[in-house]
Design a protein around this ligand. Sequence first.
Ligand code: DAH
Length: 512
Amino acid sequence: MRLKSTARFIRAAQCRWNSSISRSARQENQFLKDIQCRHSSTKPSALTIGNETYPTDSWTNIPDSILDALPRRLHLQPSHPISLTRRLIESRFQSPTYIHHNTLSPIVSVAQNFDSLGFPLDHPGRSRTDTYYINAATVLRTHTSAHQADTFALNASPGFLISADVYRRDAIDRSHYPVFHQMEGARMWDRRKVLGGDIAKAVWADLETLPTHSMQVSDPNPTIHPDRNPLQATHHTHEEAEALAAHLKRSIEAVVLEIFTQARLASLSTTPSAKSSSSSIATSEEPLQIRWIEAYFPFTSPSWELEVLWQGTWLEVLGCGIVQQTLPINAGVPDQVGWAFGLGLERIAMLLFGIPDIRLFWSKDERFLSQFGEPGRSLDHVEKRAGVSAAGGTIEGIRDWGIKRFVPFSKYPASPRDVAFWLPLTSSPTSSNPNPPFHENDVMEIIRDIGGDLVEDAQMLDDFVQKGTGRKSLCYRIVYRSLERTLRGEDVSDLHTKVGEELVRRLGVALR
Ligand code: DAH
């Protein structure tokens, strides 16, 4: 997890207080009945989630709307685009080399989520404004990397994939949601087991078995840069790092070409209305362009991000690198060396299926859910296309998954509303008080709590400091829009009034 992670897909949460739809949906879901606060006050002393009860403390900050998302596990719902995307990627990392873990619990320790990965104590990702805490020692995982150390310790296979729901407090817009899905991948080699102990040779030999492709890849930087992207000199030789980097990049490139080829095939066999959808990636005949850029993660070195050129902008698709050797050492497998990556499934699914708004993934509307079907079902035209990519490169072993692009069922009108307020005059956070007085994510969470999935976007319009008093004013524009119906003006006004009231009640602001 980085400070600026474009793979942050954050949600607008379900309305807790006024939505009969969300209430009846809750009743349908047995798991949700298990989620209850022991006490009905606003500060329960314990949280029961599934069969476990957790004490709460001053760090606890999980709203009910987030707890409601825990049992959804979209990555396991058959025919759901998130699940289909997972399966498509899994098909390129197969057993027995790679074991797939898809049911790991989202509740992890701070040690698993941060400490085991070398996150410094002052990393912003640890703050209560960014992360959902059950209590000071327990969080909802913010990334699938939280399971790396345990999976290394398990040492059940050379490689693994972990797909799971992850949770982050963040902004609200059409590509951000506080619950999203990631896939973690890793591939390790054991120094004691490779022939002659020569890791580099073993990795290069394995690379020979990977599919080749002819896609345009820009990779201008050296594998190792002493300042920007250092070698772990006490653990790896230059040759080993070169071999691991090459294996990592080739493995990932094969997946990317697979995804974009499927997207292209989907768009070729698509209806005109789906084709004109604004987030279509695959309708142009431009060859696919990707590039590797240098990156930083506390748990890899050297590290990279992969970007794909999409509608004229470079889009971050994943982060990866050579595993910091402290991880396998601390996991009790010091002879293992290798690489890891993490990607956001929503972003890829949005590109693959042409889905324009991240809230759609959470829809229970049949007009959405019935569109996608099972992959690999229509294989009748596979033979004709096998081995040839439609994405401007060729790759071995491609088949047509029969991905169907999303056909928008309707676009309902947007209702923008502004809310302006004065912030309270408070001091800065101190080490004894971990709660900063104001953070934009708190505003976002109140908007989500009240407006639920009816909020499409929330942006700060302006801010200024009043001369003399030093008081700060902020103004936010909230765009309300349902994905499923036209909202009545008075319903939007009621929601918006309630947002204002909650901003006053929870943050102590004064409305202007
Ligand atoms: N955990 C990172 C994130 O959420 C993604 C990531 C980067 C995972 C590099 C990795 C990796 O395994 O090696 O942004």
